[in-house]
Write a protein that binds this ligand. Sequence first.
Ligand SMILES: *Cc1c(COP(=O)(O)O)cnc(C)c1O
Length: 375
Amino acid sequence: MTEQPPGLAPATVVVTVGRPARRPGAPVNPPIELSSTYAAYPALEPDGVATNLGYGRASNATWEAFEEAVGALEGGRALCFASGMAAISAALAVLPADGPLVAPRTPYNTSGALIAEVEAAGREVRRVDVEDTPAVVAALDGARALWLESPTNPLMQVADLPVIIREAVARRVAVVCDNTFATPLLQQPLALGADIVVHSATKYLSGHSDLLMGVTVTRPVGPDAVPDPWYAALLAHRTRHGAIAGPFEAWLALRGIRTLHVRHERACANAADLARRLATHPEVTRVRYPGWGAMLAIEVPGSAQDAERVAAACRVWLGATSLGGVESLIERRRRYPGESELVPETLLRLSVGIEDVEDLWRDLDQALRVTRYPA
Ligand SMILES: *Cc1c(COP(=O)(O)O)cnc(C)c1O
């Protein structure tokens, strides 16, 4: 892969990283390497041990191109997985298990289910309100690991990452941060001292709602030759449990990353504009928006059914789960039985896309008014 000059801005990194080395005739994009196995002979080393690629469950050149790009953005070394949950499972599995795990009270619902599974298996889990920094810090005493998500999905709670991570590091508590909502463009937990960053690459990183993938990113502890324990543990987990991404998905995700910066910039600008207008909308009782990012949640008056009617009345916004794609999505989270009861019944989560903001506003505005003025 290409060597990058140092100090490039993220808008440049997303375009330049993870491309084949520049040689006459080299392709601009990495090929989609479709191979389950790799030739082992002649051996590269005189002692006969093959050091080249071995098997498609362990490594793949297309994954590596994608991993190089995500690693450059997060400031670490990335490993891709079959889905966000596969990456999250691996991260949870490699954390020290001989002591309490501190976790958000309302994380992404499937992460919450997985944490509950770990708890049912005998692990102490201390659930905290991530916005209550003193409570989070108090829970770190005697803990072994901290699971963070900020902003949280879908309550949009923001954790004070610099303070919380600093306090965790001081207590030798291992820190994982789900950075899916913020993206590495807005927040880089590894630089704050986190041990592992996880992403659902299904969302902003790939950005087109056309694949599922996950990624872990860890901070190298020394020069390349020094083994990085988190990286090694995650790689071993991926190879043993086999939750690997398809090469085609990795290629598509890398293609998506090329436009991450411009997509996200537009989506964030649209979200800021909509959040401002929604704050005074007569049919909105609460706007949850951290002041940045492209995700927001609103609460509407009335019942769950009224909120469902708003989502159903949208014609530009698509009523669907997931987030982080170019298209704007709206959904009532409590329609899923797995969603936390702490999430209000009338909360609508908005994943703001890159469409024209006036079209988004007009559509949302007419949809919000359907319950009061039914057709
Ligand atoms: C979607 C999501 C996940 C799960 O990712 P998948 O790719 O669907 O497995 C994890 N965390 C957050 C914050 C998410 O939004």
